[in-house]
Design a protein around this ligand. Structure first.
Ligand code: PLP
Length: 462
């Protein structure tokens, strides 16, 4: 008898006992770990994984129950757990249980968004959800649209590709960005074969509109220019002055892409949305819902002002979108991605948006922004710690007062090795800082106090 399938009427019945095994092993694994990440460092973790899972390809399999139990346990025991209040290094969010449950349905149904006949309802739901999200970014526009991507990196690549393709036959597109721009911008420039980006220094942490104005004036030579601004830098959460940047960009006849991978979801919060004033001036906007959106990876978006902006991605493959099928009314999906086989990552997003509403998501965002302010207050009042500045979104930079950069880096690695905390690191103002990126709405003030205590004392409390 071949192994059971997940789909159809009988699939759920086959899944149920396997899910019990998975959920039990997630519990035992997290219990065995006990903290935000496994203790002992890379060699210890690799040894535990080998002990639990070797050989990777046995001649005779262990069967579903055993393989699931041992590997899920090992994965959870050795996980960096973003749901732990001291796992705060990266824009690595703890996913909502409801979004993970929705993702299970996505996997079980295994729809593929490269053609309508592989995803009838999923493609309709993607169209509805992306239109609604695009309308949030571009309110009042006639037909804004958004693509679902694997994340900010792919969104930024697509944004630069669309900018290049808007000017067929023109001299090469030149990209102008701040030194604070995400590294994926430079990678996209390289991937697309564009001339090296014109990178403006950002000593204050954000792109200076006057320096931008000067640089655009000096570029002079003919050819299209794309300015890339950032709404929420990965290192500090800083938001570039978007209205001023949009003004100078338009005055010079350049185009604008805003990388709001981190800050974009502030749009859900009535209290914070104004920080993104100017966003609709952009020709395209990157946002990630696997950061401030509490989705399991992957949940990226690229929004454009009008759906016609996506035309350059149009592509034909007879088996997926033959002309006569399209003429007969079968939706043509191939131009909504550079990928072919594509998972409906939109499904968990759609469920989350329906379940929480704008209000519910906005409340989560306000909560983590408030936590960041509170952590900043604690650091500011701490005699042994220096706060870099007030947090702009939910990122807090700090360092042990009087420590040198080597010591700061060592503090972070000690906490990682001991499995006590996952803090990030960021260079700013010519120094190295510890970085806490708060994305867990369940974190309590006492958790933040404990985090600082571990940073300064090096105690062993878990
Ligand atoms: C995270 C991030 C990206 C990259 O997004 P991925 O989802 O990791 O591909 C791009 N830009 C900014 C500002 C980011 O914070």
């Amino acid at each position: 008898m071949p192994p059971q399938l997940a789909g159809g009427i009988t699939g759920p019945g086959h899944l149920r006992p396997l899910l019990d095994t998975v959920l039990d092993a997630l519990t035992t694994g997290a219990t065995a770990r006990g903290g935000p990440l496994p203790a002992g460092g890379p060699d210890t973790v690799a040894r535990h994984v080998r002990d639990a899972c070797a050989p990777a390809i046995p001649h005779t399999g262990t069967g579903a129950e055993h393989a699931l139990r041992t590997l899920v346990h090992a994965l959870a025991a050795g996980a960096a757990d973003p749901a732990h209040p001291r796992c705060v290094a990266h824009l690595h969010c703890p996913p909502l249980a409801l979004a993970v449950a929705a993702d299970l349905a996505t996997s079980a149904l295994n729809q593929s968004l490269d053609s309508w006949d592989q995803a009838p309802a999923a493609s309709a739901l993607e169209a509805e959800t992306t239109a609604a999200l695009a309308a949030l970014v571009y309110p009042g526009h006639r037909a804004p649209d958004a693509l679902v991507t694997s994340g900010g990196t792919e969104s930024n690549q697509l944004a630069l590709l669309l900018a290049r393709e808007r000017h067929p036959g023109a001299p090469a597109l030149r990209v102008v960005c701040g030194a604070n721009a995400h590294h994926s911008i430079q990678r996209a420039v390289w991937l697309l074969g564009l001339p090296p980006a014109h990178v403006l220094p950002t000593p204050t942490g954000t792109l200076d509109p006057v320096a931008l104005h000067t640089a655009l004036g000096e570029l002079g030579a003919p050819g299209p220019v794309l300015v890339v601004a950032t709404a929420g830098t990965t290192d500090t959460g800083a938001i570039d002055p978007l209205p001023e940047i949009a003004h100078h960009t338009a005055a010079h006849g350049a185009e604008l892409h805003i990388d709001a991978a981190y800050g974009g979801p502030l749009l859900f919060s009535d209290r914070e949305a104004h920080r993104l004033d100017g966003l609709p001036f952009a020709d395209s906007v990157t946002l990630d819902l696997h950061k401030l959106g509490w989705q399991p990876i992957a949940a990226g978006l690229l929004a454009v002002r009008d759906t016609t902006a996506l035309r350059p991605l149009g592509h034909q493959a007879d088996y997926l979108n033959a002309d006569d099928d399209t003429a007969a009314g079968l939706p043509d999906l191939l131009g909504r991605s550079l990928r072919t086989t594509r998972r409906p990552d939109v499904f968990k997003i759609a469920v989350t948006l329906r379940a929480l509403g704008r209000e519910g998501l906005g409340a989560l965002i306000d909560t983590v922004c408030d936590q960041a302010q509170h952590l900043a207050d604690l650091i500011d009042a701490h005699p042994a710690l220096t706060l870099r500045g007030r947090p702009e979104i939910s990122t807090v930079l700090f360092r042990p007062t009087d420590a040198d950069d080597t010591h700061v880096a060592a503090v972070r690695r000690r906490l990682l090795h001991d499995g006590h905390a996952v803090l990030g690191r960021a260079h700013a103002d010519g120094r190295l800082w510890l970085k806490a990126t708060l994305l867990n709405p369940h974190t309590r003030p006492a958790d933040l106090t404990a985090l600082l205590h571990l940073t300064t004392e090096g105690t062993t409390a878990r």
